[in-house]
Design a protein around this ligand. Structure first.
Ligand code: 7RM
Length: 650
């Protein structure tokens, strides 16, 4: 099997000298330490947390199940709050702005008060005990952070469900986790409208197939909602009855901290399980070294807490480091397309961590929008969630970072708990399109199907040694855990294809099932997308395989054009030639379908499963997790038309 990366970016960017000099990491000492003695390296990282009782062994590895910091005792909320109170009680922990412009500043001392009171509510009024599951279905408001940390404080296992999921999806997750309590809000703001989350919870619970005893409701949007006497509990009045001191539960390092559902290629979503000591160790360490986090930073991770990025890099990682975290409730395009830049200017944000899909939207909206704002507080930029094409990378670097902020392209997964591959911004040069190297303490390799390491070219990305924040299983289904991640290779199989260059930099090409075989040549759909987006008329592209009588497979490209670009047949031809020249004639899409939108999950990932179903004219199945369900039939029609009209080319 071969993975030819036809698109190799030649450009290399360096961090500035002042950035290097002041960086948290600017030598390769950490790599050397980790290479010499990996266990000792992780011991050292874990020691930076506050433990109630030290661990007896660093790691016990019974593949595929790991135990880290065995028999150590700690509490995650104490590490994110209490240990900062002596020196940072008046430092702002959370800086929040609502979509309606409302502002809230919460110091570490206030965070402590909120979380302790809420912990008491859960324990005393709602009898939530250690090990119970609690589903959080909330807007991106400070109470969601309080709820996460309150669960951690009393040892309850939180399962955050993104506030954009349907009642059906919520119901599945509540049932699978067997939650005892749901915490929600009367509503959240979405582009000027109120999304009535409470009604969705009511619908999800309108059956006898769950064990939810109470629903705790934050009055945020102040809209009317149905109230179920005896079940529903008002957040504010319950809080008022409780003191701001709640003894934290003593947690074993391997006690579960949370479950987070993530969709796989087939079947129902998997509840990825993370435990306490190892997860928090890696969250704390990786936040510090990858984001070069300093005491005076204002750090903004634009992800929602409904995704793993919001768990590790909005909540646990930065708060465990005592940082100031900025949180915004709304979307990047409301009230206008400049809102993100306005917030950066206003709050003097110094670190911004966002997703390529957002960056490509910003590009499409135009350079003149960010140019109106003072972005000089920024000093570091991050990217996560999908491969970032070099064009988007360069745009981010130039128009947001003013050619002066290192970009960290961080590769990781829900299952890995934290960042696995990235450059360290004060140490490494950057190469657009390449995530970088495995972090100190992390071992990755690129393998072929026979598990042999591939030195040249590409293969399957695999993580070859256990790491502290690795998933401990799939909630209630360890057989599936073994099968999905541990049956293909000797070590952990990520599902991603990657290549490695001569400097050991890894470029993640995307899911391996996105690799298309055309007349015996393997083409990563991502490289074709990347080259299409390189064309200055294209805003976004998604490429999938279709069956082809002669070549086995051919490519179908769904293309979103930039504003004011007209959809013409000439342009289709032009784009095909463009790809042909850029990559190779093999990679030339056979079909191009122009569209205004693509089927995306609510976190912005393109749902290739659906595009493939359209390409192969198959049923699409469940589309409830889509942000825009109507798009599927629309694209089906457009593809049919394209097939009829397109002139075969030789
Ligand atoms: C953090 C997150 C995981 C999948 C992963 C990849 C893709 C994420 C990058 C990336 C290329 C990156 N967790 N992915 N980051 N691909 N470069 N920097 O996104 O569980 O939701 O998704 O996302 O395919 O396997 S996730």
């Amino acid at each position: 099997m071969s993975f030819d990366a036809h698109y190799i970016s030649e450009k290399v960017f360096q961090p500035s000298l002042p950035f290097k000099e002041n960086a948290v990491v600017n030598t390769d000492d950490l790599y050397q330490e980790a290479d010499q003695d990996r266990m000792e390296f992780w011991n050292k990282q874990a020691q930076k947390l506050e433990w109630i009782k030290p661990w007896e062994a660093t790691c016990e590895w019974n593949k595929p199940f790991a135990k880290w910091f065995v028999n150590g005792k700690l509490n995650a909320s104490v590490n994110c709050i209490d240990r900062h109170l002596e020196t940072k009680k008046d430092k702002i922990a959370l800086q929040w702005e609502g979509e309606n412009g409302l502002e809230r500043n919460i110091t570490y001392k206030e965070l402590s008060q909120h979380v302790n009171q809420l912990s008491n509510v859960l324990r005393n009024q709602l009898s939530v005990k250690k090990g119970d599951r609690v589903t959080l279905y909330m807007p991106l408001i400070p109470e969601l952070v309080f709820a996460v940390l309150a669960c951690a404080r009393i040892g309850a296992i939180h399962s955050v469900v993104f506030g954009g999921f349907s009642a059906e999806s919520l119901k599945d997750r509540v049932q699978d986790s067997d939650s005892k309590l749901v915490i929600t809000a009367d509503g959240g703001s979405r582009r000027g409208k109120i999304l009535n989350l409470k009604n969705i919870v009511d619908e999800a619970l309108d059956n006898n197939e769950h064990h939810v005893e109470n629903v705790l409701v934050v009055k945020h949007a102040h809209n009317d909602c149905h109230w179920e006497e005896g079940r529903d509990v008002d957040y504010q009045t319950s809080m008022e009855k409780e003191s701001a001191e709640c003894k934290a539960e003593v947690m074993d390092s391997e006690d579960p901290l949370f479950i987070l559902y993530t969709s796989g290629t087939t079947g129902k979503p998997k509840g990825i399980l993370h435990t306490t000591g190892g997860y928090l160790t890696h969250a704390t360490y990786s936040t510090k070294v990858v984001f070069d986090l300093k005491d005076d930073d204002v750090y903004w991770c634009t992800a929602d807490i409904g995704w793993i990025t919001g768990h590790t890099y909005l909540t646990y990682g930065p708060l465990s480091n005592g940082a100031t975290v900025f949180m915004y409730e709304g979307t990047p395009d409301y009230p206008d397309q400049g809102i993100f830049w306005k917030l950066i200017e206003k709050y003097k944000i110094s670190i911004m961590y966002t997703a390529p899909t957002a960056i490509r939207s910003f590009m499409k909206w135009g350079d003149h929008i960010p140019a109106k704002y003072d972005l000089s507080s920024l000093r570091l930029l991050g990217s996560v969630g999908e491969p970032i094409n070099p064009e988007a990378w360069t745009w981010y670097y130039t128009h947001i970072g003013n050619n002066n902020c290192p970009i960290v392209d961080t590769w990781w997964q829900t299952e890995t708990g934290g960042i696995m591959i990235s450059t360290l911004p004060g140490l490494h040069n950057m190469k657009p399109g390449y995530a970088g190297k495995p972090l100190p303490g992390i071992s990755a390799d690129i393998c072929d199907h026979k598990d042999a390491s591939v030195q040249k070219g590409g293969g399957l990305l695999s993580l070859t040694e256990p790491w502290p924040s690795m998933a401990r299983g799939i909630w209630g289904d360890n057989e599936r855990f073994k099968e999905v991640y541990w049956s293909q290779l000797d070590s952990y199989f990520t599902g991603d294809g990657a290549i490695r260059d001569k400097d050991g930099y890894i470029m993640v090409l995307g899911r391996v099932d996105d690799v298309i075989n055309i007349a015996g040549h393997r083409i990563g759909t991502m490289e074709v997308e990347s080259s299409l987006v390189d064309c200055d008329k294209v805003a976004e592209a998604a490429v999938v395989g279709v069956q082809d009588e002669i070549k086995g497979q051919a490519l179908l490209a769904f293309v979103i054009l930039k504003k004011d670009t007209v959809e013409t047949d000439e342009l289709k031809y032009e784009l095909k030639q463009f790809v042909s020249k850029k990559i190779s004639p093999i990679a030339k899409p056979k079909f191009i379908v122009f569209t205004e939108d693509l089927p995306k999950t609510r976190s912005g990932k393109i749902m290739r499963r659906l595009l493939k179903a359209i390409a192969l004219n198959q049923e699409v199945g469940d589309t409830t997790s889509l942000a825009n369900p109507g798009i599927v039939s629309e694209l089906r029609e457009r593809f049919k038309k394209e097939k009829k009209e397109s002139i075969p080319q030789i």
